[in-house]
Design a protein around this ligand. Structure first.
Ligand code: ADP
Ligand code: MG
Length: 355
């Protein structure tokens, strides 16, 4: 059951391509996050879905109907922005009841729906207040209730939590996810914050320069990124440059540190340049032991050890100046007690953990 289908969307401004042929299907009831750096075209895409902008080519289908040429008011979508855009002269209940009023619902009907939506976002107590009397987080929940009161086929959210501080943002992430699940609503959620996308979404579409470079579940994208750019955009990682020696399910990359063995890799061609990417949590630092051998072992000097609450981050540098990082839980046995900054270490990782 498809809520939104985008096919071959392109858009240029002043001869510059901002969307370069995008296709995407969003299932009904799905929470799909579009994540990409700023300037990658996310807002432009959302404005095309909402009808504020026309694509140069391609089509937009919402709820099985082609709406490419329909104006915004004829599309069953609503948008929540970073700025709440509430009506200052109306109280909270009237703000939320606004959409249903425009749909022609009776006073009783629209107030009942507005109260339902306020209960959903846990704001029944402030129905009679004006927006300016509320905190930023509460105003954003009112904006959410107002958008949902229209019963949109899909709710579009453009960096809705961007203006909130860290703690409130975490709370609102859980809140948005709960509301979405309770309603079984379809959310198309835009963010440049990959952590936010990972924490909330059923699927991610990773956008770069007007293209989707990967669409998949958070674990697919994190564990099996389409390329080194995706790997390093969605998480931190050690990136070791080399040249492809052997392709296939277990590629081998020739590097300054000898051949490195990986557990997979996208679109490799023998002889071409490649990066071996390993997550810091899969990278192990241990005291250098001349007698130990085996592949995927890189000599380096420990630079520093930083303790971050429940984990430790260790950084090392190779003779050639490549920085490598390891993250491990503080409680993990075999603590790097004997590793002091300046000591010679071996950086190692399992082939399966490397892409
Ligand atoms: P994002 O939301 O990912 O940050 P946008 O979709 O806002 O990206 O912008 C993508 C690119 O398109 C940017 O380079 C931006 O300057 C350009 N752009 C967006 N809207 C317009 C417009 N109306 N006219 C000209 N350029 C635009
Ligand atoms: Mg934007």
């Amino acid at each position: 059951d498809v809520a939104v289908a985008l096919r071959g969307l392109t858009k240029s401004f002043d001869g510059r391509a901002v969307l370069a042929g995008l296709s995407l299907r969003v299932e009904r009831g799905e929470f799909l996050a579009i994540v990409g750096p700023s300037g990658s075209g996310k807002t432009t895409l959302l404005r095309i879905v909402a009808g504020f902008e026309r694509p140069d080519e391609g089509s937009v289908e919402i709820g099985g109907r082609d709406v490419t040429l329909d104006p915004p008011e004829r599309r069953r979508v609503n948008t929540v922005f970073q700025s709440y855009a509430l009506f200052p002269h109306m109280n909270v209940l009237e703000n939320v009841a606004y959409g249903p009023r425009m749909q022609g619902l009776s006073r009783r009907g629209r107030h009942a729906r507005a109260r339902d939506m306020l209960a959903l976002v846990r704001l029944e107590g402030v129905a009679g207040q004006r927006p300016h009397e509320l905190s930023g987080g509460m105003q954003q929940r009112v904006a959410l209730a107002r958008a949902l009161a229209n019963e949109p086929e899909v709710l579009l959210l453009d960096e809705p939590l961007g203006a909130l501080d860290r703690k409130l943002r975490d709370e609102m992430q859980r809140e948005l996810r709960r509301v979405q699940a309770e309603l079984g609503a379809t959310f198309l959620y835009i963010t440049h914050d990959q952590e936010e996308a990972f924490g909330m979404a059923d699927r991610l579409a990773v956008m770069r320069d007007g293209r989707f470079v990967q669409v998949g579940t958070p674990s697919e994208v994190y564990d099996d990124p389409a390329d080194a750019w995706v790997a390093l955009f969605v998480g931190s990682g050690n990136a070791i440059p080399g040249r492809v020696e052997t392709i296939g399910p277990h590629p081998v990359i020739a590097t300054d540190f000898g051949p490195l063995h990986a557990g997979g890799g996208a679109d490799l061609a023998r002889g071409s340049d490649a990066l071996v990417v390993v997550r810091p949590e899969a990278t192990r630092f241990s005291a250098w032991d001349e007698s130990e051998g085996g592949p995927n072992r890189i000599p380096a000097d420990l630079v520093d050890i930083v303790t971050l609450g429940s984990s430790m981050r260790l950084r090392a540098r190779t003779a050639g100046g490549l920085d490598l990082e390891s993250v491990r839980p503080r409680t993990e046995p075999g603590s790097p007690g004997q590793l002091a900054p300046g000591s010679r270490i071996a950086v190692s990782f399992a082939a399966e953990a490397a892409r």
